[in-house]
Every structure is written in C-alpha cells, then in structure tokens.
Design a protein around this ligand. Structure first.
Ligand SMILES: *[C@@H]1O[C@H](CO)[C@@H](O)[C@H](O)[C@H]1NC(C)=O
Length: 208
C-alpha cells in the first residue's frame, strides 16, 4: 500500500497544484483513523486537549478525551471530526474540530485539532486518500506520509506526530493512518507503558 502511494507521487500528479480535481480527497462519509505500523495493529486516533494521540482514549482519565469520527469538510481536503461517545460516559464539550499537521517551519511535531481558524503553522488542508490510506500533498502535489508515534510518559498512550526527520525523540515509530477498523482490538505496542512486551531499560534483564 505504501509503495503504491510513493509510486503515485512520482506520476504527473506531481506537476499539478493541489487539490487536483481528480485527486481522491478526504471521504465525505464518516470514518475513524487508525495507526498501523511496527507493533501498531490499528490504534485509534483520539483527541485530548486539542492534540492527537493514539490508543484507548479512556486511558487519558479525562472525559474530554475521545476518539474522533471524521469526514471531509466543504473543502474536500480537510478532515473535520466529532467525538465518538461512549455509552454511560459524559459527552466531551468539543465538536467540529479540524485535524492539522504542523508545517515544516513549526518547532513542534505533535498533530492536533483546531476549532475555528488554524494558524499558518498548522496545515489543515491538502489531505488525500488512496484507498483507505491517508496522505498529505505538498503545494506541488508531492504526496507525503510522515506520521510517527512517540510514547506519552509512562502510559500506553502515544503522541501522533508529523515529520520525524527533525525530531530527536527516542522510541519513534513510523505509522500509517488508515480508515480501516482493526478486526480485533489491537494489543498495546511495546513502549514505556507496556514493559511486558517492550525494550524498557528499567526492567532487569533475566539472567541467562
Ligand atoms: C490514568 O490512571 C491510571 C491509574 O491511576 C494511571 O496508571 C495512568 O497513568 C493514568 N493516565 C494518565 C494519562 O495519566
């Protein structure tokens, strides 16, 4: 799937401005995004305090944290989301939030959601889908998939970031965002919050 995205990026598409009339934009029917990659079997993208995280939103211990149900806005290359509500739990106060990635000139990497106008450092347009896989197109039409995850403190929550090349954090994991629900609940990826399966250096090594 990824290789076909990169191959498409080299086609004449690259010579056109975005959005190209025939470029597949964001789906107009509702979908959730899930992160797939090494150890990541489809972790749900969730909203928490305006930022994007991966994992089970209930692990944030905050009723304002929730998975996001997205669809395209009137601009077909933007993703606008509402909270996925859990029966028996308070409904988050936010709604109609637009997903963004930080531009290359931003000093931060974590992606997030804005309600209202985005700053020029936050890119909210240019998202395209090939099949079920999300990508972002540069102004010259080049497709990029620079999403990566980093662990959030000592938990099974991960930050959803963009552009690993200028980020020096440890434990970066490249992920692909897809609108495909995992067939089984995904296990927690190895990480600081999941020492059972991880490279956690604080854990004593068993004698061999
Ligand atoms: C949520 O609470 C649990 C249990 O107290 C804790 O282990 C976990 O770290 C908390 N999550 C966050 C994001 O602080």
């Amino acid at each position: 799937m990824l290789s076909s995205i990169f191959a498409l990026g080299l086609l004449p598409l690259a010579a056109q401005a975005v959005p190209t009339p025939d470029a597949p934009g964001v789906p107009s029917s509702s979908f959730q995004l899930y992160a797939y990659g090494e150890g990541f079997g489809g972790l749900s993208v969730f909203y928490w305090n305006g930022l994007a995280y991966l994992g089970d939103a209930s692990l944030a211990n905050d009723t304002e944290a929730a998975a996001v149900l997205c669809k395209s806005s009137s601009d077909s290359t933007s993703m606008v989301g509402i909270p996925v509500t859990t029966p028996g739990q308070a409904t988050p106060s936010w709604s109609g939030v637009t997903y963004y990635i930080p531009s290359d000139t931003a000093t931060t990497h974590q992606t997030g959601f804005v309600s209202g106008e985005a700053t020029t450092e936050d890119l909210t347009t240019g998202f395209v889908f090939y099949g079920n896989t999300a990508a972002w197109a540069t102004s010259s039409g080049k497709l990029q998939t620079k999403w990566f995850a980093t662990p959030y403190e000592n938990t099974n929550i991960w930050l959803l970031n963009w552009n690993p090349s200028t980020d020096s954090s440890d434990n970066k994991v490249q992920v692909t965002l897809r609108s495909v629900t995992p067939s089984t609940p995904p296990p927690n990826p190895p990480g600081p919050g999941n020492p059972g399966r991880s490279t956690d250096s604080q854990k004593p090594h068993p004698a061999s």
